[in-house]
Design a protein. Sequence first.
Length: 467
Amino acid sequence: MPTTVGLISLGCAKNLIDSEVMIGHLAQAGMALTPDPELADVLIINTCSFIDVAKQESIAAVFGAVNARSEDPGRTRQKIIVAGCLSQRFAKDLPGIMPEVDAFIGLDQITKVAPIIQHLLGTRHAPALTKDEGPAATDDPRDYVTLKPQFVPDYTTPRFRLTPDHFAYVKIAEGCNHTCSFCVIPQIRGRHRSRTQHSVVREVAALVASGVREINLISQDTTYFGMDQWHAERPKPSSPVDSSKGESLATLLRAINQLDGEFWVRLLYTHPAHWSDELIETIAACDKVVNYVDIPLQHISERMLGAMRRVTSGDYIRDLLRRMRAGLPGLGIRTTFIVGFPGETEADFQELLDFIEAFRFERAGVFQYSKEEGTRAYQMAGQLHHMTRRSRWSRAMVALQRIAGETNQAQVGKSVRVLVEAPGIARTPWDAPEIDGSVHVDPALPVGHFATVTIGAWRGYDLVATH
């Protein structure tokens, strides 16, 4: 009988791709996959630890699996593997805190998950780690985490997609070079490392040929794609990008736009520091790239941007947004903000509210600051009381929800191209999967295909098409 493996995938789309890569390698090794943890010989929990809420969710999932195993006589031999960001971030601590877990694997081990499982089950020796990989943290034989992640997927990487047939995520780079004072991602995922443009285009072409209608390009910093490979001096934050020096997001989009097939492309996780007029012009010229940009801004106050180490100024952000609006008529901008950051004054927060009112983002969210170990902000003076953080979050959400309603009201009567997500449910170009709103459409429209509908009403964050 083949080894049966279950997987619980937590966190963002970038983590989901890691889960897909693990499943691809498990299937290649002849292992059977099950959606039922009770039937698994091995249960993998791919964790997230970006902010405290995600960390607590991951810990709860791990201990939930451990407790379920101990309470079920039929699962006493089940092996539990903790993978992903929690494992990578706390490699020094977890083997001692979670002795019930059978193995901890890091981000570089997702392609080695099959031999690691075989080792746990006693069917082969543990996979060797190179000297450069080295054990990251402990001498615990259960610890497979390596210190500095280097892995980045390629179009040849085995992968089993967990998304619906009609849309897919494509990770174009891994890691991040920014040093935002609130963020642990560079410590977890390492330095930015781009795939080649050839690799990405080959993967997109294969996905489109298989029937995928939406390609979501993702990485920690999508706008830095290719620049880490330039032989000349790398661009400084907020400086103009010149793609004549090598591959860039602009050259990648132009190459993807030339592919045959009916599909659209969406940009997620762009950083404001490396936007350029060339990129704006490229999106405008590429008919397959939707007029939607995900660009987390975090704040607008000069003081807060500096404290957050965002390497962009308030004036730069305002100018960039105006250029984006002018160059891309009908653009939908998704952004996120952090409120309650250490030292944030009422004046800083009011400036953010005024900014939200002035620019009226089509899609936006706000987070309360999360104090994370290992970040610069963790040690900062001026930590705000949790009730202050919550109050500011509530006030910002009131403004964002009102603007969202007014934005949806403005769509009534318009004809919109949508991608049908499920019977009776579709998404517009302004709606990313699993993040934004949806459109209620005629249930007879075929799933996974495009349609043009007329908006007749709206409900909350969703639109309603006339039938």
